[in-house]
Write a protein of this length. Structure first.
Length: 427
């Protein structure tokens, strides 16, 4: 069961996507039937694991084209972009080329994780010196289809060149369903049940639909995690069951219980079991340990050892972000589960665990972004203007807000929330 790559969809019709996403993809494919269309790029955005890269390769299979891939987290400069464009223009896969098919394009260009491109002309801050700008040029001039994947679409769109890229691309959000009562959710669950049943039969595993349903509840539309969790929980025919149906994630462990065991129990298997059934993310676990280590660890030498483990685990979490390889989360958890063994003189007193300040700051930043986006959306509707234009002219609305009468009228007309009013007044 190690090689699941053979079950990756090779045609668009094999994808597990809702009808809206399928229709958008199909329309873009049709736009290439009569030559190079106006929008040569398609942006697939959504959380990790929702099938964006799989969809890209399924589109390539549908079109019968080889893929020239660039992972944006590894090669992101203007020069690297030019090299990819050059490869796409010069390289021809003879094994798939058919002289009877008359078309202007021979390849698909795939730019994976495009939202990781940090563009700056200042080399001292690690900028990508025009990577996004060059990508925008390639989209306008390329004769080949271009597929761009990303997780954080809205942050990407705020970048100067990002706006240009979005304007010249078909944008598809990989959200499979809105609510569990939707027909999209029922269709999504049925498709996953059928796909996982097929894989389990091929691999000689005992299929259990209740395990899959539980995996969907836990992972929502993260297809990769749903499939991996389900298959890892199935037993081989004739063996006992494991995973979800034997407890697994059904018995969720709170962060406080896990913290207590991590610092005090010295029972490695128990800590790993806590982490298997956790109701929090691995990155949160790391930040909780970092925040509370100084309260739990009394000796300087012990604290140094604990922070060494935190640093090692953080390296693997960084690889998760850059490589989108989620197995590294397991390595980080296995490292952090050994914290108590690094404490020669454990603290026998009760410790009140503090919520990580970094998570609080991130939450406030996220709330601030959402409030700003909501305010700009309301203003754009009444002004019939794009949000990006309004953002550049917020000084005007801040000036209006200095008048109590004008502010009250804006609040009434736009139905502004308290946070939006505060933001408008402060800018």
């Amino acid at each position: 069961m190690d090689d699941l790559e053979k079950y990756r969809p090779t045609r668009v019709s094999d994808l597990i996507v809702n009808n809206k996403i399928l229709e958008q993809i199909t329309q873009w494919l049709r736009s290439w039937e009569n030559g190079v269309p106006a929008k040569r790029a398609i942006i697939l955005h959504g959380p990790p694991g929702t099938g964006k890269t799989t969809t890209a390769y399924a589109i390539a299979g549908e079109m019968g084209l080889p893929v020239v891939e660039m992972n944006a987290s590894n090669e992101r400069s203007s020069e690297s972009m030019k090299q990819v464009a050059l490869m796409a223009s010069l390289y021809r896969d003879l094994s798939t080329f058919d002289e009877s098919v008359k078309r202007e394009y021979d390849h698909i260009i795939l730019i994976d994780e495009a939202d990781n491109i940090f563009e700056s002309r200042n080399s001292r801050v690690g900028g990508d010196t025009g990577g996004l700008t060059e990508l925008a040029k390639i989209i306008k001039s390329s004769r080949s289809p271009i597929i761009i994947t990303m997780n954080e679409f809205y942050d990407f769109r705020r970048k100067a060149a990002g706006k240009d890229i979005v304007a010249n691309s078909v944008v598809i959000e990989f959200r499979q369903f809105q609510r569990v009562r939707d027909s999209d959710y029922k269709s999504f669950k049925l498709s996953l049940l059928q796909r996982i049943r097929h894989i389990s039969e091929e691999e000689g595993l005992q299929f259990d639909p209740s395990v899959v349903e539980r995996a969907i509840e836990v992972n929502r539309d993260d297809i990769r995690s749903i499939i991996n969790d389900s298959l890892s929980s199935f037993s081989y025919r004739g063996e006992g069951a494991s995973g979800f149906e034997n407890g697994g994630r059904d018995s969720e462990t709170s962060i406080f219980d896990c913290m207590r065991d991590t610092f005090k129990s010295r029972d490695y298997d128990r800590i790993l079991q806590d982490l298997f059934g956790k109701d929090f993310e691995t990155e949160d676990y790391l930040m909780w340990i970092d925040e509370n280590a100084r309260s739990e660890v009394q000796e300087t030498e012990d604290l140094e050892s604990v922070y060494r483990l935190i640093a090692e685990a953080d390296i693997f979490m960084g690889r998760v972000m850059h490589k989108q390889h989620y197995a590294f989360k397991g390595y980080a958890e296995e490292i952090l589960a050994g914290v108590s063994f690094e404490i020669a003189k454990p603290n026998t007193h009760f410790v009140k665990y503090d919520f990580p300040k970094r998570i609080l700051r991130m939450s406030r930043m996220r709330d601030g972004k959402e409030t700003r986006r909501s305010l700009l959306t309301k203003l754009s509707r009444i002004c019939h203007t794009d949000r990006s234009v309004l953002e550049d002219n917020m000084w005007y609305f801040r000036s209006l807000a200095k008048s109590k009468k004008a502010l009250a009228e804006m609040q009434s007309v736009l139905s502004l929330t308290e946070k939006e009013v505060t933001l408008l007044k402060k800018g």
